[in-house]
Design a protein. Structure first.
Length: 319
């Protein structure tokens, strides 16, 4: 009997790591941003999964065919979960595996090459793969669904234009490729977290392997931490900012980017949500977003392996 109780306790510790969180301020006026509705928010906490420490989650990718949610740590750890959403609530997040990213020879990535930040799942010629973008040594690499780099036959898919290949073109080593997505029209798409060093002030480029697709007007100094492809082939940008004085204030913004409407090379954008912790929002360092299907999306925050921060998982509708 004691053994059964211990097993049940272990199972609950392993699987029941979702703590409800009221993210939206009590006095929030939903008519301010009617295109976004926050449905659910949870604090996610695991210690280790298959021996890999669960922390620093910087990106999400969802496989609609299998129901598997992939989470990527910014220290090259890849996790798979069985995700269930019912009646607008995150009901199940069951760990399936945890592993370290590996090169195509099976060698694990270590610190110098491990700053993995953006991720998207694509299916090309019947083969599913994860495209992952990196900082410090800017690149996009294709992996199989268990984190092993694919052979050089995929290089065309992940090739970066020359302007994104050189670290000195970026403002800082931490302002490189936080985001990556994929569209049928443009293929792989990425953007630096901050505008490149020598760009005209206030312009932030969106790129594919051939070069710049368009510019965005940089508004308010936000960083782009992830891009996600919308059902119409346009993009959703997840953006965030921090102000430390007079007190810590975290900013979150969701922006639609219309790739089909450009004026003098600048894409049309629409802010669909803007929130700050000063207004009472329960925010953290949001870095990843993925489309679950229909009008449902999921975003995640990076806890920076810091006791005072949390991994937040937020389910929302986008109209």
């Amino acid at each position: 009997m004691r053994l059964i109780l211990l097993l049940l306790l272990f199972a609950s510790l392993l699987f029941a790591r979702l703590t409800p969180l009221d993210m939206v301020p009590a006095d929030y006026n939903a008519t301010r941003y009617p295109k976004v509705k926050i449905l659910d928010s949870k604090i996610v906490s695991f210690s280790r999964i298959d021996g890999e420490k669960f922390f620093g989650i910087s990106a999400l990718a969802y496989d609609k065919e299998t129901g598997i949610l992939y989470m990527l740590s910014d220290r090259s750890r890849l996790f798979g979960f069985r995700l269930e959403v019912k009646k607008g609530k995150i009901t199940t997040l069951k760990p399936l595996f945890g592993t370290r990213l590996k090169d195509r020879y099976g060698h694990k990535y270590f610190i110098k090459k491990s700053d993995s930040e953006g991720m998207t799942l694509v299916k090309v010629n019947g083969q599913k793969m994860l495209l992952i973008s990196f900082e410090r040594f800017p690149r996009v690499v294709a992996y199989d669904l268990h984190g092993r780099a694919l052979a050089s036959t995929q290089m065309r898919l992940t090739h970066l234009p020359k302007v994104l290949q050189k670290p000195h073109h970026y403002k800082k080593k931490n302002d490189m490729l936080e985001s990556v997505t994929y569209t049928r029209k443009y293929g792989m798409i990425t953007t630096p977290e901050k505008p490149l060093r020598k760009r005209k002030h206030g312009l932030h480029g969106i790129y594919n392997r051939k070069g710049k697709i368009c510019d965005l007007h940089e508004k308010g100094g936000y960083s782009i931490t992830e891009l996600e492809t919308l059902p119409d082939g346009n993009l959703l940008a997840l953006e965030r900012d921090f102000h430390l004085k007079p007190a810590l204030n975290i900013y979150l913004r969701l922006t639609k980017i219309d790739l089909s409407h450009k004026h003098h090379g600048v894409c049309k954008t629409e802010t669909v949500l803007e929130a700050t912790s000063k207004e009472g929002w329960a925010l953290d360092n949001f870095e990843g977003v993925t489309h679950l299907g229909g009008d449902l999306y999921l975003m995640v925050s990076d806890d920076n392996d810091n006791f005072f921060q949390k991994t937040l998982l937020v389910l929302f509708q986008l109209h």
